[in-house]
Design a protein around this ligand. Structure first.
Ligand code: NZQ
Ligand code: ZN
Length: 386
């Protein structure tokens, strides 16, 4: 088991009615609040009104319209608002995109240059405004981690901004706020949280604790996604998905393991950067192809463990057959929950494959992957996704 240092400083308020803690969570840090949200789902659901009611003693400024795959332009607009109004605390209400945009705003306020510099070089982050979140979509884990992913349409780049200062100070996780998430976004969210786990699970060195956590979270996602697709208001299933998504991305599931370069994420962010696709959908298409490409003598036992412990594939003397059955079952699950099978179904072309592969490898350290990958390997994986 490798050495590690671990700290998640985010205070979690989990469960029905957890919004009653919002006032305390926010006013701990100030009363001048930047409320950040997306395209309007929180107005439709009534959460917007609930938030304002709980913060009636605060001075609220708003940044609305944050896009899925949040853009650096929204970050810049938020930084400006914070400076103009001397904002003391940022409140993000929404899915991962809103949370990520807010994190970048929190850091951008303390940086004199353009906020995109921070995305290109995370070490330029020095300080960040306190961030409180109210999550409305179970997927990214942004509510419980130190990462944000920001897109730049001018340069066709979608890159991570990660820094210890970017953990939310507090996150309100009420699963009933996810009842209104569409079947499409629920499925994409499930694929995303599962991918976070699989990125950490498929490494050369792991331990029984992390394997057990990973396998339990994968099974949680599979069982409960099927339930919410049947009954979107199934509180217990929504609750299990919400906690699974938070645990899946904050590092706790891979403590002591060898490092993973999160290959599928690196590749998916390239595709999102060019074609603005839904993150979880891209991952669900890429992951089985990456697995098949990574399956070899050295990795086969890992894939067999995955097949047995996640999809109950019976042990077989033919290890490759067993491993492939596990991968097939994963692809089948993604199809069952309604996710597209190929890039062609998303109308993605092949014109940028070389550029995407080069950029992914340049930013990705893929030589530490379970099967090390170079540009040509990534080109092959991308081609297999059509
Ligand atoms: O914008 P609104 O109107 O709120 O609608 C959103 C959006 O259209 C809607 N939605 C959210 N909550 C809803 C709802 N609709 C109805 N009811 C609700 N309760 O869902 C749509 C998608 O929202 P978005 O926030 O984009 O989805 P998600 O949470 O999947 O976030 C995706 C982004 O997070 C990044 C992805 O790359 C992508 O940009 N990631 C962030 C990570 C992190 N911070 O650690 C890690 C991930 O790997 C990922 O890369
Ligand atoms: Zn993800």
């Amino acid at each position: 088991m490798n050495n590690f240092t671990f700290c998640t400083p985010t205070k979690v308020y989990f469960g029905k009615g957890a919004i009653s803690n919002l006032k305390e969570a926010v006013t701990n840090f100030g009363t001048k609040v930047l409320l950040v949200y997306g395209g309007g789902s929180i107005k439709k659901s009534g959460l917007y009104d609930t938030v304002l009611k709980n913060l009636d003693k605060c001075e609220i400024f708003e940044l609305s319209g944050v896009e899925p795959n949040p853009r650096i332009d929204s970050v810049r607009a938020g930084v400006e608002l914070c400076r103009k109004h001397n904002i003391e605390v940022v409140l993000a209400v929404g899915g991962g995109s809103v949370l990520d945009c807010s994190k970048a705003i929190c850091a951008g306020v303390f940086y004199e240059g353009d906020a995109w510099d921070l995305v290109l070089d995370n070490s330029k982050v020095t300080e960040a405004l306190p961030l409180v979140t109210v999550l409305t979509l179970s997927a990214t884990g942004s509510e419980f981690d130190f990462g944000a992913v920001i897109s730049n349409l001018q340069t066709n780049e979608k890159l991570a901004l990660c820094h210890d200062k970017l953990f939310p100070k507090a996150s309100i996780l009420d699963p009933s706020y996810t009842f209104s998430v569409s079947a499409y976004q629920s499925a994409a969210g499930a694929a995303d949280m599962m991918s976070h786990i699989m990125e950490q699970y498929f490494v050369l060195g792991s331990n029984i604790i992390s394997d057990g956590l990973c396998e339990a979270i994968l099974k949680t996602a599979i069982v409960n996604t099927k339930k919410v697709l049947k009954d979107p208001n199934d509180y217990d299933a929504r609750a299990q998905l919400m906690w699974a998504s938070s645990l899946a991305c904050n590092g706790i599931c891979s403590l002591g393991n060898t490092k993973s370069p999160w290959v599928c994420h690196g590749i998916e962010h390239e595709v999102s950067a060019y074609y603005d696709i839904t993150h979880g959908v891209g991952l669900a298409i890429i992951t089985p192809h990456w697995m098949r490409y990574s399956l070899n003598e050295q990795t086969v036992d890992r894939f067999c463990q995955f097949a047995a412990n996640v999809f109950n594939v019976p042990y077989s003397d033919d290890k490759f057959k067993m491993a492939n059955e596990g991968i097939d079952k994963l692809a089948q699950f993604f199809n069952e929950i309604g996710i597209a099978k190929s890039f062609s179904e998303l109308n993605i072309g092949k014109e940028h494959i070389e550029d995407m592969a080069k950029h992914a490898v340049e930013f990705g350290c893929f030589d530490t992957a379970i099967r090390p990958l170079n540009v040509a390997d990534v080109v092959t994986i991308l081609n297999n996704c059509f």
